[in-house]
Each structure stands twice: as structure tokens, then as C-alpha cells.
Ligand binder design. Structure first.
Ligand code: ATP
Ligand code: MG
Ligand code: MG
Length: 592
């Protein structure tokens, strides 16, 4: 299927046509310049990268970025690098690194190509970054500034006025080099000095007013230990990481648009100095994903977890990739979603129903069908013993999938006692209600037609049993079964062979479309009814359901056997624990 074009595809197609990057060499080892020079032509036509900071679990916004970067590489004969952006000397948590790798793999992508595993850590390039900084000093393009942070802020100016040169801006190259080395050697305290690029203090783009490129931070780094007490700023590190990895198209979110001139300035300088090979990578920006009824900020997601508003990063209500997975989203549905929302250069909010629509479209042709009764009440067939014999169970069957007969049939038993949905009985019946009420006939799907005779209620007036009589010769699939016409068709599960299960009905996590956008804190906008747990009955084929398997429960929507808590024991004695999460209903209900 031809994918719809977008501005990024156009850029890439033009670069491929013009051979912009066709002369590049690939040494197989990013950052190793000697190796690089001896390398052969790059086997990858384009290189993109996905550069997460390993400080939390990825969310649906990251999924968009993953699908975009890995998807473009795949479509154009390229490679996408996975790069852990760990230039901040913070403790890297292996848990996050592992979860990020898992998420990318689960989404169906690979960072292995042409025999190379493209899994990198930005901190591996610290030596090169340091050399690049010294080069800028030597070229008269950087200086050590010792103004206080406050002076620096004031002297940077703002949109209404140009900045003011720092008194340290005119230092000699020798002095700068010596001072920078003192910074490196730990002679200065945190915050005592920074290295700044020397560009233009009057630039209308504030980011070009001599941005800071190195700062002092006496902190241990998980990868480089205590080797460094100065660390590169993100805006300096990122273009270098891209260049060393031979990235061609560096795709980021819109908030980095104002950084693009510095990205180019820096790589142009390093190219002049022969530190990197031309042509250097280019940065392109697209609009980040904002999805209604959820939050997509690692900080806020962490707060939900830390304060116990959800059960963890993988709570099925979380928009994290682990949460969506546990909720029942499939990799295919997330890729379809990413494709449908496309990429644009304008920020917007995507309706949550778009995500659910992609899931339904993915699962409808795939998911096995099953009957489940979520809010059960007993239906007793009062003439069963007389017609069929006491204790008789009548085998019934239904296709695993209505459009795929080759997938076979599910089997279950019809008997004297059945579970039906509580609201399938109404007395008196509201207008247009064709299900159970005294005197009405309905078909129990894949079973028989029954005629309702009445119901029993407990002392509080709560319905506890519905009674009906079987209409003989109406078994589905037998000759003449359709002779008795009915308007209602309901689902059921046999009391004899039904499996007790816990069903978790999830609703939107927040009760407003843009949590935290107004006056209130986002936490005050949590939906208190985002989880409803029911004790349900499911048909016996569900004994074999394994964690992570998706189903369509007829009339109810799409469900998944919970990856973590569902435990099926079809072959063994003893009961398993059956837990199903509702992913989404059968129809869009967000407009309610
Ligand atoms: P957050 O703001 O949630 O902490 P981040 O941008 O700081 O996210 P990173 O780990 O730095 O998280 O992100 C890795 C990549 O994912 C970046 O290239 C970033 O552009 C992209 N990304 C992050 N959030 C979104 C989003 N909502 N939509 C699209 N891409 C995103
Ligand atoms: Mg970030
Ligand atoms: Mg961020």
C-alpha cells in the first residue's frame, strides 16, 4: 500500500534523487574517525535516530516518534539508530533502558542492520565533544565566560533588546584554552564558569546569542564515572551525536525549531575544522503528539505513578507503551494510528477516539470471538427437565471468527441454568426494548429461542433470577430453527461450563479532554471512575486464553487477557485466575 506523502518524505526523496548523502563513508563505528575515514560507502541510504533520555517509560508520543523514525528508515532503505541520550550525569536506570529497548522491539522495529547493532550511548562521545570544544576555542569561536548566571541572563537580552557582550568575550585564545582546561581539571566550582559559543549577541534568535555549550558539574556519570566534571549542553551534544553517527535526517519536535540555526552553525564549524565529514546531518521538526484525555509528559506520568493514582507505569489506563500494551493495544494498531495521524508542522490535539478506531480496525479481522456476561443474573429454563431431561446439557457451537470459517468453532453447553446480562431483562419494557420481559420471545445466540415467563426479586427489590420456557425445535443451525421469529438476540454463558473471570472496565483516565490546560492542576481532573471491576462469566473456550491475547466479547467490545495477572490452567487440575481488560467498546463512545 502506498503511504501518503508528507514534508519529511518529500525531503528524503529529494535527497535520494540528488544523492546528497551518497558519497558518505561508513566505518561501522560511530565516533571513531580514523576507522570512519577508512570505511567503505555507507550501506544505508538514509540514517535517522530515536534518541530517548533513559529517565522514564516511553509514552504514546514517543511511539509516534519511533514509528516515524524507524518507519522512514525502513521505507527508504535506511537504518534508524537507537541512541540513549545520557549526557546528563544522572544515574541511568537499567530498568528504563531495558523498557525502551523492549518498547521499540515490541512496536516491530529493529536497530540492527547490515550486521551492525545500532544501539548507542551519547556519553560514549564525550572525548570527541571535548575535542570539538577545544577546536572551537582555537578557531576563535568559543570563550570561557565567568559572569554570574544572573549577569549572563540579564546580558543575554530578550526579544525587545539585543544582548550585551560579556567582559570575558574578548579573552585571547590562549587564555580561553587554559581556563577551559582548568574547568576540565576540576579547578573551578560548579557554576563558576561556562564555555560559550561566540556567535552574535545581537541576533534576533536568542539561541544564537552565545549559547552555553559546556558547564561545570562535579558529578559522577554512570558510564564515564569521575572522568569528567564538565558536561556538554544538550544543544551542543545533540548535533555532534548525529554527525558522528552519520545521521542524515535528524527529526525532532517543533520546540527545537529555534535551535536549528545553532545546529547548522556548529556542524559547519566542525566541518571547516575537518572534525566531521561533509555533508552534515540536517534537522527537521514536526508537531509533537497531544492526545486528548491523557497526559504525555514523563514528569506528569511519573507523578501519577509515585503518588499512587495508578498502579504503576504499566497500569492499563496509562498512555505509556507498557500501559497501552497491557490495556490490549497491539503494535499494529499503534503503527496504524501513527500512520493515520501523519506528521505535520502545526501543533494540534488528536482525539483519543482515533487511537481506539485504529485498534478496532486492527482487531476486527483478527480477534477471536467469545461470549461473556459481565453483569450476570441467572436465567432458569423452567421446562428444561421436562423437555430435555434433568441434568441434560446440549452442545452448541459458534465460529471462532465469523469471516474465517477455517479458524474452526468454539464449543459450549446450553443447559437449564444460564448466565445472562442483568439489563437484558426489563419489566416493564421501555419503548423499543426487544429482549426479556414477561411474554416476549428472544433467541439465546447460537442456542434456542426462549419465552420469558417472569422473574424473582430479593427483599431489596433486586433481580436475582429470570425464568423462561424453551421453545422446542429452535436450536440454531438445525432445520426450521428460524420458523419462530424474534426481534431480540442475546448473549449468554452456561452455568455448568462458564468460567468465572475478573473483568476490568477501563474508562478515560481524565475527565476533561486537555488535563491541566485550564485553571486546575491536572491531578484534580482525574476521572474517579476510570476503573470498574466486575465478576463476570466467560465461555469455556476462554480457559485456554493466554496473557496478552485479544478477543472480541460479542456485544461488549475488545478485551485482552491481562499480561500480568491472568493465569490460565487449561490442562491442569485446579482453577486459574482469569483476568480480562477491556481495551475499547465496539463503537466510538467518546462523544457521549
Ligand atoms: P517528555 O517531555 O515526555 O519528557 P522528552 O521529549 O523529554 O519527553 P525524550 O526521551 O527526550 O523525551 O524523547 C525522545 C524522542 O521522542 C525525542 O526525539 C522527542 O522529540 C520524541 N517525543 C517525545 N515526546 C513526543 C510527543 N509527544 N510526540 C512526538 N514525539 C515525541
Ligand atoms: Mg528530552
Ligand atoms: Mg521533555
Amino acid at each position: 500500500m502506498e503511504k501518503p506523502s508528507n514534508f519529511l518524505r518529500q525531503v528524503i526523496e529529494k535527497d535520494l534523487e540528488q544523492g546528497t548523502y551518497s558519497e558518505r563513508k561508513w566505518g561501522g563505528s560511530p565516533g571513531d574517525r580514523q576507522h570512519h575515514d577508512q570505511g567503505g560507502p555507507d550501506p544505508a541510504k538514509i540514517r535517522t535516530r530515536f534518541p530517548p533520555e533513559p529517565n522514564g517509560y516511553l509514552h504514546v508520543g514517543h511511539a509516534k516518534s519511533i514509528c516515524l523514525n524507524f518507519g522512514l528508515a525502513q521505507d527508504y532503505g535506511g537504518v534508524c539508530h537507537l541512541r540513549f541520550d545520557d549526557t546528563n550525569p544522572e544515574k541511568e536506570e537499567q530498568e528504563y533502558v531495558d523498557a525502551i529497548r523492549d518498547a521499540v522491539k515490541w512496536l516491530g522495529y529493529s536497530w540492527e542492520a547490515n550486521g551492525t547493532v545500532h544501539d548507542y550511548h551519547a556519553s560514549d562521545y564525550f572525548d570527541f565533544m571535548y575535542r570539538a570544544a577545544e577546536y572551537l576555542i582555537e578557531a576563535g569561536c568559543a570563550y570561557v565566560d565567568e559572569q554570574t548566571p544572573e549577569q549572563m541572563r540579564v546580558n543575554r537580552g530578550d526579544f525587545s533588546r539585543p544582548g550585551v557582550d560579556s567582559p570575558y568575550r574578548s579573552r585571547s585564545i590562549e587564555e580561553n584554552l587554559a581556563r577551559f582546561r582548568e574547568m576540565r581539571d576540576g579547578k573551578l566550582e560548579d557554576g563558576a564558569a561556562v564555555l560559550r559559543a561566540k556567535i552574535d549577541m545581537a541576533s534576533p534568535n536568542i539561541n544564537m546569542r552565545d549559547p552555553t555549550i559546556y558547564r561545570i558539574k562535579h558529578a559522577e556519570h554512570h558510564n564515564t564515572g569521575n572522568k569528567w566534571c564538565i558536561y556538554p549542553m544538550y544543544t551542543f551534544a545533540h548535533p555532534i551525536e548525529d554527525a558522528l553517527e552519520n545521521i542524515t535526517h535528524s527529526i525532532c519536535t517543533l520546540e527545537f525549531e529555534d535551535q536549528r540555526p545553532f545546529y547548522d552553525w556548529l556542524l559547519d564549524r566542525l566541518q571547516e575544522g575537518g572534525l566531521i565529514e561533509p555533508p552534515h546531518p540536517r534537522q527537521y521538526e514536526f508537531a509533537r503528539l497531544n492526545l486528548t484525555y491523557v497526559v504525555t509528559s514523563k514528569r506528569k506520568l511519573r507523578q501519577l505513578v509515585d503518588e499512587g493514582h495508578v498502579s504503576g507505569w504499566d497500569d492499563p489506563r496509562m498512555p505509556t507503551i507498557v500501559g497501552l500494551r497491557r490495556r490490549g493495544y497491539t503494535p499494529e494498531s499503534l503503527r496504524l494510528f501513527a500512520e493515520r495521524i501523519g506528521v505535520s508542522k502545526a501543533d494540534s490535539w488528536i482525539d483519543y477516539s482515533t487511537l481506539e478506531g485504529a485498534l478496532r480496525d486492527d482487531l476486527d479481522p483478527k480477534a477471536a470471538r467469545a461470549m461473556a456476561v459481565l453483569d450476570p443474573v441467572k436465567l432458569v429454563i423452567t421446562n428444561w427437565d421436562e423437555l430435555m431431561g434433568a441434568g441434560h446439557l446440549e452442545p452448541c457451537s459458534a465460529p471462532v471468527h465469523p469471516h474465517a470459517p477455517e479458524r474452526g468453532k468454539r464449543e459450549f453447553m446450553f443447559g437449564k441454568e444460564l448466565w445472562i446480562e442483568r439489563d437484558d431483562f426489563q419489566d416493564p419494557p421501555p419503548k423499543g426494548f426487544f429482549r426479556l420481559f414477561p411474554g416476549n420471545k428472544v433467541r439465546l445466540k447460537y442456542g434456542y429461542v426462549v419465552e420469558c415467563r417472569g422473574a424473582l426479586f430479593d427483599a431489596t427489590g433486586k433481580l436475582y433470577e429470570v425464568q423462561a420456557e424453551l421453545v422446542p425445535d429452535t436450536k440454531s443451525g438445525t432445520p426450521g430453527a428460524d420458523a419462530v421469529k424474534v426481534k431480540g438476540n442475546i448473549t449468554w454463558v452456561g452455568v455448568a461450563d462458564g468460567v468465572k473471570a475478573e473483568v476490568r472496565l477501563y474508562d478515560r483516565l481524565f475527565s476533561v479532554p486537555q488535563p491541566g490546560a485550564g485553571e486546575k492542576d491536572f491531578l484534580e481532573e482525574l476521572n474517579p471512575e476510570s476503573l470498574k471491576t466486575m465478576t463476570a462469566y466467560v465461555e469455556p473456550s476462554m480457559r485456554a486464553a493466554h496473557g496478552g491475547e485479544n478477543f472480541q466479547f460479542e456485544r461488549h467490545g475488545y478485551f485482552v487477557a491481562d499480561r500480568k495477572e491472568h493465569l490460565s490452567l487449561p490442562q491442569q487440575s485446579g482453577e486459574g485466575k482469569y483476568v480480562f481488560n477491556r481495551v475499547t467498546g465496539l463503537k466510538d463512545s467518546w462523544g457521549r
